[in-house]
Design a protein around this ligand. Structure first.
Ligand code: G4P
Ligand code: NA
Ligand code: NA
Length: 190
């Protein structure tokens, strides 16, 4: 998506070898106009799939996910993160290991908000190692819901998440694909 690539070039900052800081429009300060456009793009890409629900993980997935859900006219659910977990019969849970932070979080969705047979679209801000998406996949499976695909705002093609999701047969659509960071500059794929 041209608009997003331009915004990344303009406002993104490369940190080290593998991190893109986008706290100016996505991860801290949020640009609602841009989020609405990203949401619309996701909706167009997945509209034919007859989505019943959009699922993301707090916090940074929420903004693009809610705009996708608005455009698709369905509810958006965000999995909550917890460090420690009291297992409850009322929740679906999955472990998500963060390579960036070297810690495991649990993500949790109340069983009331994900039902058997629902067609679910996953949304997330970044696809890096794919752990967040994999955790959401586990929750969708536990709910006997149907995963129709994953919409990603920024994919880093050089990390292992995309391959993981491709192997699992997931329909992935990324609005910006970053092939590498070179001398502090973003190199887009294709
Ligand atoms: P994964 O979800 O693909 O496995 O990625 P990883 O464990 O590496 O990511 C851990 C956290 O770092 C996630 O946010 C993820 O969105 C974020 N992240 C990964 N790569 C980048 C990057 O290049 N730039 C930025 N800004 N974030 C990145 P989180 O901890 O769940 O936090 P949040 O959603 O509350 O922001
Ligand atoms: Na995230
Ligand atoms: Na993040």
């Amino acid at each position: 998506m041209k608009l997003l690539e331009e915004r990344i070039q303009q406002d993104g900052r490369v940190l080290g070898d593998d991190v893109l800081k986008v706290d100016n429009f996505l991860n801290h300060q949020v640009d609602p106009q841009l989020m609405a456009q990203l949401g619309h793009e996701f909706a167009e890409l997945f509209r034919a799939e007859k989505i019943d629900k959009v699922l993301t993980v707090e916090s940074s997935g929420i903004a693009p996910a809610v705009f996708a859900a608005l455009d698709l006219d369905v509810p958006m659910v965000f999995a909550r993160k917890k460090k420690s977990l009291t297992l409850s019969a009322d929740n679906y849970t999955a472990d998500v290991f963060s390579f960036t932070k070297q810690e495991t979080n649990h993500i949790i969705v109340d069983k009331r908000f994900l039902n058997a047979g629902e067609r679910v679209l996953l949304i997330d801000d970044f696809l890096a190692n794919g752990q967040a998406v994999q955790g959401m996949m586990e929750i969708v499976e536990a709910a006997d819901a149907e995963l129709v695909g994953a919409g990603i705002v920024i994919e880093k093609t050089f990390q292992k998440g995309r391959a993981l999701l491709d192997e699992a047969g997931i329909h992935v659509e990324s609005l910006a694909r970053i092939a590498a960071f070179e001398d502090g500059q973003v190199v887009f794929a294709d």
